[in-house]
Design a protein around this ligand. Sequence first.
Ligand SMILES: Cc1ncc(COP(=O)(O)O)c(C=O)c1O
Length: 423
Amino acid sequence: MTDWTSRFAARGQALKPSAIRATAKFAEQPGAISFASGSPNPSLFPYDAITQAMTAIMADPRRRGEALQYGASEGYRPLREFIERYLRDAGAQVALDMITVTNGSQQALEFLAKLFVEPGDRIVVTNPTYLGALQAFGLFEPVYACVPTHQAGIDLEALEREFSQGAKFMYLMPDFGNPSGITLSLEERLKVLELSRRHKVLIVEDQAYEQLRFAPKALPSMPALDTSHPAGSSGRSTVNVIHAGTFSKSLVPGLRVGWVVAPPAVTQKLVSIKQASDLHGGQLNQMIVHDVATAILRDHTERLRGAYRRRRDLMLRALARHMPQEVAWNEPGGGMFVWLSLPAPLDAAELQMRAIRDENVVFVPGAPFFADSSGKATLRLSFSSVAEDAIAPGIERLARAVRAAMAAEGEAAPVAAARARSP
Ligand SMILES: Cc1ncc(COP(=O)(O)O)c(C=O)c1O
């Protein structure tokens, strides 16, 4: 039999299956309640608007040819113009020659690593960070410098220490990050930018969840705050921020339309990478996203915010009611995730097995989101896809599993305290 492993490049040998996908089979067991999936809720997809847009494109003799033909590597121009307006409305000084459409923002992350990272280069990430970013960057064999986070944000002293040692870039999710749900305050954003300028470390901002904020007003994005960000090819060279965004959370993920905004010199390279990788994103998909976003994005994201906020509130109420007081969690201001810390010495991977076996409830342990494999006592709960009426029973089951794990560890389970807190 062929020994494939010895033939793989080192980066291929290091590839591992996603820890999240490994939990999917448990979520399909009869009667299971799953907080594992980080996918948007399909009941909220704008089916009618997508059907109408597609039908109209295919009925138009000019547009249907364009939709089914090869397209530009940088993306469908009207969609890039839409993204430019969208970001400008949010205060970022972007221009058309800074925007590349990608197959989801995931592709943008991979392209950026492909462009910037040599084996052994340092990338600064928060602990925890988005697992998909670690996968995208990992192919280029970086060394990760991990910066701790706390319930309210990021450890800025640790960040400065890491920046002072130099790095190719920092990957940052300022808004309701995956998995932690943390949002950086305005002061923290400004401080991160100031440090990045001082130590000449590029910031790669991933704003995948920004549109799913529950507060009426958004905090400024990093490019909006980066006053050195040039308007297109104006020739300024002190840019500190590259920005990745997506329609996956605000419309649908299945059409695979995201974007990356970078200075023109970087964008030219990204377009060449796009060409080499897949020539361009699907024209029809980009045209549908353009038409649907133009028609409904504002109202639709309003509706999504209401729906996800309701689910978050149900989850927070259930956690307060059922969890032992030793368990801590955050209250995310948007996005899809609540992040839990278990009391020592509990291990979330062991708890996951117990919760599946005894309670038929599924979640994702936190450790895979830590580039240094720490975080064993943390876990991610997603409120996006679970049915509303399953949230409270699911949390009650999970809390039972936590208590059983605490009892098994010889800790006195504080049932009395939890009861006392229950209404
Ligand atoms: C933080 C973050 N960034 C990027 C992505 C990739 O999304 P897409 O490629 O669908 O735009 C995801 C997907 O879940 C994510 O959670």
